[in-house]
Design a protein. Structure first.
Length: 251
């Protein structure tokens, strides 16, 4: 079974997109676990065996195994291997020390008002820093480098709000934000869309519009949540995206 070649993904009214070998491996293993091919308590085949069966490199396989752990389906035991701890369905993946639902709840209550404050209080230096960071993100093609700049972007917005407590909160969840960002970009192809959302935030800050900044950050976090849902609960996401709205556009 060769999963090393990119495949086409997408459903409903969504435009198809090329999925990575890692996504293909993750989908294969996740479906095997949910079908019961690997029951709770079972040990997955060794990395070498899975690489041989699926015809993928070890780095690709390890990324897929990390994603399974994030989803709460498996756990790695040092020196023993990877074991199935849940057969699904996935409800609430964990990023570092925090569950996705907790992380999103805090982000909505912190980052949305922070964007509004930043629009009113940002300095010329803040805008220069954000603009330069955004330009680098839009040129970046390496996911790891982009993810690092993504967390810096959100820290810079908090800094522009001129309240050190806000920055401290974002610093506290920085590792979780990076893990979530990597997860969404590897499995949800979020990078280009996120760049556009970030640009809308920067433009609102440059205009000094509290309303537009709040709206832009709200939209950004909504898209983060929607993409996360499409990954961990695809059936729920499909029911939302396939329902046309007024004018025939996708919901």
């Amino acid at each position: 079974m060769n999963l090393s070649d990119s495949q086409t993904g997408g459903s409903g009214f969504a435009s198809p997109r090329r999925i990575s070998a890692m996504e293909a491996v993750l989908t294969h293993l996740r479906e095997a676990i949910e079908r019961g091919d690997y029951a709770v308590g079972d040990k997955l085949p060794s990395e070498a065996e899975l690489c041989r069966r699926l015809e993928v490199s070890r780095p690709v396989l390890r990324e897929a195994l990390r994603a399974l752990q994030t989803m709460g389906l498996t756990a790695s035991r040092t020196g023993k291997g990877t074991f199935v701890i849940s057969s699904g369905p996935v409800e609430d993946p964990t990023f570092g020390d925090y569950a996705a639902s907790d992380l999103l709840e805090v982000r909505r209550h912190i980052e949305i008002p922070v964007a509004g404050y930043a629009a009113l209080r940002r300095s010329a230096e803040d805008l220069d820093h954000l603009s330069h960071l955004l330009e680098r993100m839009e040129r970046e093609t390496d996911t790891t480098a982009w993810v690092a700049m993504d967390t810096l972007f959100h820290l810079a917005v908090a800094q522009a709000a001129q309240n050190p407590v806000f920055r401290r909160v974002i610093e506290e969840i920085r590792d979780a934000l990076a893990r979530q960002s990597a997860f969404l970009n590897e499995l949800g192809g979020r990078r280009e869309q996120s760049n556009r959302e970030h640009r809308a935030i920067v433009e609102a800050l440059a205009d000094g519009s509290e309303h537009d900044a709040v709206e832009a950050m709200s939209h950004h976090l909504e898209r983060v949540e929607t993409t996360l849902t499409s990954i961990v609960r695809p059936a729920a996401a499909d029911s939302r995206t396939t329902a046309p709205t007024e004018g025939g556009q996708q919901a």
